[in-house]
Design a protein around this ligand. Structure first.
Ligand SMILES: Nc1ncnc2c1ncn2[C@@H]1O[C@H](COP(=O)(O)OP(=O)(O)O)[C@@H](O)[C@H]1O
Ligand SMILES: [Mg+2]
Length: 443
């Protein structure tokens, strides 16, 4: 069958405003397409980002884009990509012409591996340099994520940081007019979006700080703190879930990292570090902190809502550890691996427990008034009450005794059965060997 020829981008080999000849498509994102271009008069190679036409609603959005492109062009920081020019393609789509970068995106670095603290700090220091200056001038990036950070080589320095798409989200994101109200609602990949963006509340430099906190967590842990199958699941976690602790998890981290990350990722911007620089300083201070060694993940299910462990292993969970919730009344609910525990996991109270002292698998959640799991009939939410714990402990103990009794009974039965069968076989063999000589004599 003849192959369908690949659709050629109609902009290739076209000139924009008689100035930029578009040569090749470099990539495509949610907001538009990025081309390799050449300034026809100067002969200089540039990157040209042409925004989707659908983002241009009216003259006001073009004007807003023009203003924003101008402001970003005025940001003169070596770690923020330089924007030279802006304009409108013949079909009305706005475009910006910027520095052409060659390198690796921070996203592909993070997808490839976890980063050691020193490597991460070298990158963060440069991001904070750019962000800090922009924040001081009143600019917020609004869409800080690994795909918008490029690591290039400059004058022999590897991993030289360039921040892309500064302030572009202000123009391309739907929602209320950000230039008027200062609020912005983000759709799309919510992995790096702060709670205030989801709630369409006022945003400022601390919104970028939150995104930086998520990237830091991801770089150290190998995965972002909040993920899920749907946009709404991830958004819900940003809004309500505590940051999963790294200290005492299956990876080695500097002691104190959880406190720093929790502050950067506080749900309320008021509780975060006031500036990105203060966040960086807190991280730099951890360089000499003692390391919390990795804990062996439990291979067997851990129970919550009880003070006991069936596995009798160090109480460390990873995403693959099955979670069983004991229901009031004795039933057991199987939850998917990775389900966060609502309360602290208490240490085992009986049995030969090996390993280090218990580390909470999730920060303690205060018991919700009137939500005593012993009486609510659902998954025990919040810290379980003492009565509930005692009862569950007793139940578990009884079950384990019963299981041991059943095991003993079965062992005795199997042994008896084996003895009987053995005796019968022996008897039959004996009889037949005694009968043989008679048979011979008859023959
Ligand atoms: N200045 C640039 N130089 C070289 N490549 C770029 C430049 N800007 C963007 N790109 C590339 O173009 C692609 C699309 O970018 P973009 O539209 O911003 O989408 P996203 O941020 O979702 O990746 C990205 O993969 C990026 O690597
Ligand atoms: Mg981008």
């Amino acid at each position: 069958m003849p192959q369908k020829p690949a659709k050629v981008d109609p902009r290739i080999n076209q000139k924009l405003d008689g100035r930029y000849l578009l040569l090749e498509l470099l990539g495509e994102g949610g907001s538009g397409k990025v081309y390799l271009g050449r300034h026809v008069q100067l002969g200089k190679r540039v990157a040209v980002k042409v925004l989707h036409r659908s983002l241009v609603h009216d003259e006001r959005s073009v004007e807003r884009f023009r203003k924003e492109a101008q402001s970003v062009a005025n940001l003169d920081n070596p770690h923020i990509i330089q924007v030279f020019d802006y304009g409108q393609a013949p079909d009305g789509s706005p475009y910006i012409a910027m520095e052409l970068l060659q390198g690796e995106s921070f996203a592909s670095r993070l997808n490839a591996r976890r980063l050691p603290l020193d490597e991460l700090l070298a990158i963060l220091t440069q991001i904070v340099d750019g962000l800090g200056e922009a924040h001081a001038l009143g600019f917020v990036h609004r869409d800080l994520r690994p795909r918008n950070i490029m690591l290039i080589e400059r004058e022999g320095q590897k991993d030289y940081v360039k921040i892309l798409d500064f302030g572009l989200a202000k123009i391309v994101r739907p929602g209320s007019d950000p230039s008027v109200s200062g609020v912005g609602f983000v759709m799309g990949d919510p992995t790096y979006s702060a709670p205030e963006q989801m709630k369409a509340q006022k945003i400022d430099g601390r919104t970028d700080l939150y995104a930086l906190g998520i990237m830091t967590y991801q770089a150290l842990a190998g995965q972002p703190p909040f993920s899920g199958n749907t946009v709404f699941e991830v958004m819900g976690k940003h809004l309500d879930s505590p940051v999963p602790p790294l200290e005492g998890s299956a990876i080695a981290v500097p002691r104190g990292i959880d406190a720093v990350l929790c502050r950067a990722l506080a749900k309320n911007p008021q509780d975060r570090f006031p500036t990105v620089l203060m966040f960086l300083e807190a991280l730099l201070a951890l360089r000499d902190a003692p390391e919390v060694s990795p804990q062996k993940p439990a291979r067997h299910p851990v129970f919550f809502g009880t003070t006991s462990y069936l596995n009798l292993q160090p109480p460390t969970r990873n995403d693959q550890t099955p979670v069983l919730a004991r229901m009031p009344g004795g039933g057991v609910l199987h939850l998917p691996p990775g389900t966060p525990l609502p309360g602290p996991v208490a240490p085992p109270v009986s049995g030969p427990v090996a390993g280090p002292p218990a580390t909470p698998a999730a920060p303690a959640a205060p018991a919700a008034p009137g939500a005593d799991p012993a009486t609510s009939g659902g998954i025990p939410l919040g810290a379980p009450s003492q009565t509930f714990l005692a009862r569950e402990e007793e139940l578990l103990h009884l079950r384990m005794q019963e299981a041991a009794r059943t095991r003993r009974t079965w062992t005795v039965l199997v042994l008896l059965g084996a003895a009987l069968i053995g005796g019968a076989v022996w008897g039959i063999t004996r009889c037949s060997s005694e009968e043989d000589p008679d048979r011979k004599s008859v023959v």
